[in-house]
Write a protein that binds this ligand. Structure first.
Ligand SMILES: Nc1nc2c(ncn2[C@@H]2O[C@H](COP(=O)(O)OP(=O)(O)OP(=O)(O)O)[C@@H](O)[C@H]2O)c(=O)[nH]1
Ligand SMILES: [Zn+2]
Length: 345
C-alpha cells in the first residue's frame, strides 16, 4: 500500500527538519503505534516495524519524553540485513504530555503532531466539569486547538442543554454532541480530519473514543470495550493502532484511556483553559495577584457576586496548586542534577 505522506500531515516544517537525515537508505514515516523498543511506522511504502536506533535510546535515557510516540514523524533507516530502525524523532509541532505517577520521571507523551485535541466525555452520566477543565488545560498546553466532544448523546434526554452547560466551563472552545449509535452529528468532526489534519482524542476509559475512531474510519479498526475479554485474550492487539489514517486522508489519534491525568508544567494551558479567570485577573490591583485574600482582587469579587461560578474559582485553585507543587518538584530535581554534575567534574 503506497501512501502519500502529505495526506498524513507531512509538510515543509517536517521536510526541512528531515533534510539533514536524508540519504538513500533513509525515509521519513509517521508512528502509528509505539511500544517498548519498537514502533509501527507508516512510510511511503507501507507499514513497517522499526526498532529504536542508538541515538534515540541515548536521548530517551536522558528524557523519556524523547521516545517516539503515536503521531511522531521519525527517520527510518533500512539496513543491509533488512532490519529497520528509527534513527531520529523529528521535532514535534504539538504534543500532549502528562505527568506520570512515577515521581521521578518528567512526563509521558501521549500523542504528537495533532492539529486538534478533542476532549472526549460521555454525556451520560453527567459530564464531569473538573475532568473537562483538567483535560482542556492539557489540550491547550499541547499547542493544538482544543474542542470538546460529548459522546453517547442518544443516552441523554436533552443533549443541547448539557452541551450549553459544558460550554460554560470551556470558554472559547467548540463543544459538540455526537452519537455513534444513532449516527448523529458525526459530520461535525469531518473538518478536523480533512487531508493532512490529525485529530487526537483524549478522555477517560469508556468515554467512547474507540467507537468514534471506528466510526470515522468507517470500519472497525479499534477494539471496543464490550468485545474485550477480561483477561485481554480477545483483544485484537495486532490490529490495534493509536494513529489511524482515514480513507479520505487525515488521521485520528486515540490516546490510551487514562484514569487520571497529572498536569506537568501547564501554567499556560491553565490560563487558556480558564480564559474567563484570566480576563478578570487583568483587573486585579496587583499584577501578581493570587486571587486569594488580596485587596482589589477582581476574581474573588466576581466569585462573590456570582458573575464567576465559585466552583470555577475552586477548580482553578486546585489545578494551580497541583502545577506549583509539580514545578517546585522539578526545580528541586534540576538543582539536584546540577549539583550532581558539579560534584562529578
Ligand atoms: N449508547 C451509546 N453507547 C456508546 C456510544 N459510543 C460508544 N458507546 C459505548 O460506550 C462504551 C465504551 O466505548 P469505547 O469506544 O470502548 O470507549 P473508549 O473511550 O475507547 O475506552 P478505552 O478504549 O478504554 O479508552 C462501549 O460499550 C460502547 O458501545 C454511543 O454513541 N451511544
Ligand atoms: Zn486577583
Amino acid at each position: 500500500m503506497a501512501h502519500e505522506l502529505s495526506q498524513l500531515g507531512w509538510d515543509e516544517f517536517f521536510a526541512s527538519a528531515y533534510r539533514p537525515y536524508d540519504r538513500s537508505d533513509a525515509a521519513p514515516g509517521r508512528v502509528l503505534r509505539a511500544d517498548r523498543g519498537v514502533c509501527t511506522v507508516l512510510d511511503a511504502g507501507g507499514v513497517t516495524r522499526a526498532s529504536l536506533g542508538g541515538n534515540v535510546l541515548i536521548g530517551a535515557a536522558r528524557d523519556p519524553a524523547l521516545l517516539p510516540c503515536a503521531g511522531d514523524w521519525v527517520v527510518l533507516r533500512r539496513w543491509p540485513d533488512r532490519r529497520v530502525t528509527a534513527e531520529a524523532v523529528l521535532p514535534r509541532r504539538t504534543c500532549l504530555i502528562r505527568r506520570t505517577a512515577d515521581k521521578d520521571s518528567t512526563g509521558q507523551v501521549l500523542a504528537a503532531n495533532m492539529d486538534t485535541v478533542a476532549v472526549v466525555e460521555p454525556i451520560h452520566p453527567e459530564p464531569d466539569d473538573a475532568r473537562i477543565e483538567r483535560l482542556l488545560a492539557l489540550a491547550w498546553e499541547s499547542g493544538a486547538k482544543p474542542m470538546i466532544v460529548l459522546t453517547k448523546s442518544d443516552t441523554a434526554a436533552d443533549p443541547e442543554a448539557i452541551r450549553r452547560q459544558v460550554e460554560a466551563v470551556a470558554p472559547g472552545v467548540p463543544v459538540i454532541t455526537v452519537s455513534v449509535r444513532r449516527g448523529h452529528n458525526l459530520q461535525h468532526l469531518s473538518p478536523y480530519v480533512v487531508r493532512g489534519r490529525t485529530l487526537a482524542l483524549l478522555g477517560r476509559s469508556g468515554a467512547g473514543k474507540s467507537t468514534l475512531v471506528n466510526a470515522l474510519a468507517g470500519a472497525p479498526v479499534m477494539p471496543v470495550q464490550q468485545i474485550r475479554d477480561v483477561d485481554g485474550k480477545g483483544r485484537h492487539t495486532t490490529a490495534y493502532r493509536n494513529l489511524v489514517p482515514l480513507p479520505d486522508g487525515g488521521a485520528v489519534l486515540d490516546t490510551p484511556g487514562i484514569r487520571g491525568v497529572g498536569l506537568l508544567d501547564t501554567a499556560e494551558g491553565l490560563s487558556r483553559a480558564f480564559g474567563d479567570i484570566t480576563v478578570l485577573a487583568a483587573e486585579c490591583r496587583f499584577d501578581d495577584c493570587r486571587h486569594e485574600a488580596e485587596p482589589g482582587c477582581a476574581v474573588v469579587t466576581a466569585a462573590a457576586d456570582g458573575s464567576l461560578a465559585p466552583r470555577r474559582l475552586a477548580a482553578w485553585r486546585k489545578l494551580r496548586h497541583e502545577i506549583e507543587v509539580e514545578s517546585a518538584r522539578q526545580s528541586a530535581r534540576l538543582a539536584g542534577a546540577a549539583g550532581h554534575r558539579r560534584r562529578r567534574s
